[in-house]
Every structure is written in structure tokens, then in C-alpha cells.
Design a protein around this ligand. Structure first.
Ligand SMILES: Nc1ncnc2c1ncn2[C@@H]1O[C@H](COP(=O)(O)OP(=O)(O)OP(=O)(O)O)[C@@H](O)[C@H]1O
Ligand SMILES: [Mg+2]
Length: 279
């Protein structure tokens, strides 16, 4: 099971959008996937078409991490019902995209001084979960307790950045913070990968910043980059998967997320093998 956190120090750069895009690609690829919505605003839960269910959210489960059964409290994404394979009567071939729902309650852990015991709460919950090939964790826009809890539970961290001056500088700071964290709390965490989002192909500034990012981060900058998408808000507002949305631009965006997911899954499994062999 590969556990991937999607984070950034800055707000509004596209963490939730990347989480939703990758979840959509995983659903299309038939990879059983769980999305953990760790942001107290619960935007990923809304985007995945989950309406209030009579189940505890992730905050309540974290509070009771030693006893709570995350697997019993996940909710299927509304996207699954519209997937043509959902009609398959053989449960083994039905697509799986589940959501551990976001909840305002998780905000109690979003402190800068979270101790070692609290940092392990999400790993403890995930250690009792099985059946997923991929877990995507959507983080809040800070490096406080919730993001660190996500990093502690992950094999890989994806940092989302827009190709602008402040965003590039913020990503470098986050890389440094992550490296310090990795040494102290998560020695098996792979080096973070960076996803450039909202790239405008005709913009000189974006071309310049992308070249700068390539120079700074080398292969850690993942390809492809994600283009600025005019109908993005409309797709998300309808709580739809980009793979199920009609039109050429949605098709292109879906292709971008397919390629990114492939890149993440392949490099992740290579790294896991290297770590295992080295250990
Ligand atoms: N590639 C894109 N093209 C166009 N709009 C985008 C793109 N990526 C994100 N957006 C829009 O930007 C806004 C912020 O995106 P999103 O909510 O994914 O960011 P976030 O980093 O999760 O924000 P927060 O820090 O508040 O959690 C949303 O309205 C989203 O639709
Ligand atoms: Mg978000």
C-alpha cells in the first residue's frame, strides 16, 4: 500500500485539486484507493461527492486512534456510482474509491507543538486497514500537526507549487522543513516530489519559474506539469471526476493525471524495493 501526502505551506495552490485528479486517475486505472481528508475544511470530501453520512469523520477517529476502525467508517465516493464498471455484479471487479471524511474536529491536532505520540495517530489508524493499493492524504495549508501527522504515515510527500516567485521560495522552505522532519521522525520517507500546478503555457514568467524549479529540484520536479484549466471550478463544483467530464480540455487534464499517477506509482514502487533490499 503506497501512502502519499499532498501538501504545501501555501494555501490555495491546488492540493485538493491534485488529490482529486489523482483519485480520478486511480479510479480509472482500477487501483483500489482511499482518500483521507485531513483538512478540517473538508474540501476533498465535498469534491468526491460525499454527502454527510452517519459515520465519524477523520478527526473523531484520530481522537480514538487505538480503537477506531477506519475501514468500517470510510464512505464510497459518489464518483463510483457513475463509473460504468460499478454495475459489475462481481464485487472483485467493482471499482473502489473510499473516503475517510474530513471533519472540523481534526482541527484540535493542527498545532505546531504536536508530540511524538500524537504524530502517530494516523499511522496507527492506517496500520489496521487493508485492501487498498493507494492512500492519498489531502493536507491543510500549513506545516502544523495535521500535515506532520500525514507525513509520519506516508511513504511519499508531494508538494504542490504554482510557478511564481513566492510559491517557489515557499516550496524550498518546505523541502528543508521536510528534510529535518524526515531525519527525526520518518527515516523511510522518500524525498519529496514537486508538482507544478496552474501552468500557463504562454506566460514568460511561468516559463522562467519552471526553468528555475527544474534547476533547483532536478528530477524531483515531476512531469507532466498541470496546466491552468478554464473549467476546473465547474467540474469540482459539480463534484465530478475529471475522467467522467465531457469535452476535450477535461480529456487532456485526465491524461495529465493518468501520467502523473503512473509516474508516482512506478517511482514509489521502485523506491520501496530499494528500501526493502537495503534494509
Ligand atoms: N490547474 C488549475 N486550473 C484552474 N484552476 C485551478 C487549478 N488548480 C486549482 N484551481 C482552482 O484554484 C482554487 C484552489 O484550489 P484548491 O482548493 O485545490 O487548492 P488547495 O491548495 O487545496 O487550497 P487550500 O490551501 O485552501 O486547501 C480552486 O478554486 C480550484 O478550482
Ligand atoms: Mg485544499
Amino acid at each position: 500500500m503506497q501512502v502519499v501526502s499532498i501538501s504545501s505551506l501555501k494555501g490555495g495552490v491546488g492540493k485538493t485539486s491534485v488529490t482529486l485528479g489523482l483519485a480520478s486517475a486511480a479510479l480509472a486505472a482500477g487501483i483500489p484507493t482511499l482518500v483521507v481528508d485531513l483538512d478540517p475544511h473538508a474540501d476533498a470530501t465535498t469534491g468526491l461527492g460525499v454527502t454527510a453520512a452517519d459515520k465519524p469523520g477523520i478527526g473523531e477517529m484520530l481522537k480514538n486512534s487505538r480503537r477506531a476502525q477506519l475501514g468500517d467508517n470510510v464512505v464510497p465516493s459518489g464518483w463510483v456510482a457513475t463509473d460504468r464498471r460499478a454495475k459489475n455484479s462481481d464485487p472483485k471487479h467493482r471499482p473502489v474509491l473510499d473516503v475517510a471524511m474530513g471533519s472540523a474536529f481534526s482541527g484540535i491536532y493542527d498545532r505546531p507543538d504536536l508530540g511524538r505520540r500524537d504524530l502517530k495517530r494516523l499511522s496507527t489508524l492506517l496500520s489496521r486497514v487493508s485492501g487498498y493499493g493507494l492512500v492519498l492524504i489531502d493536507c491543510p495549508p500549513s506545516l502544523n500537526g495535521l500535515t506532520r501527522m500525514a507525513w509520519t504515515a506516508s511513504n511519499r510527500v508531494l508538494l504542490v507549487a504554482e510557478p511564481g516567485l513566492f510559491s517557489v521560495a515557499g516550496t524550498e522552505r518546505t523541502m528543508r522543513a521536510l528534510e529535518l522532519f524526515r531525519r527525526e521522525f520518518a527515516p523511510n520517507l522518500a524525498p519529496a516530489a514537486i508538482i507544478a500546478n496552474r501552468v500557463r503555457s504562454g506566460s514568460n514568467e511561468h516559463t522562467f519559474r519552471l526553468a528555475e524549479m527544474k534547476q533547483m529540484f532536478g528530477d524531483l520536479l515531476l512531469s507532466p506539469t498541470i496546466a491552468e484549466q478554464a473549467n476546473w471550478q465547474q467540474i469540482q463544483g459539480a463534484a465530478h471526476s475529471v475522467h467522467h467530464w465531457p469535452g476535450e480540455s477535461a480529456k487532456q487534464a485526465a491524461g495529465t493525471f493518468d501520467a502523473l499517477l503512473k509516474n508516482i506509482v512506478e517511482t514509489g514502487s521502485v523506491r520501496n524495493r530499494v528500501i526493502r533490499r537495503a534494509g
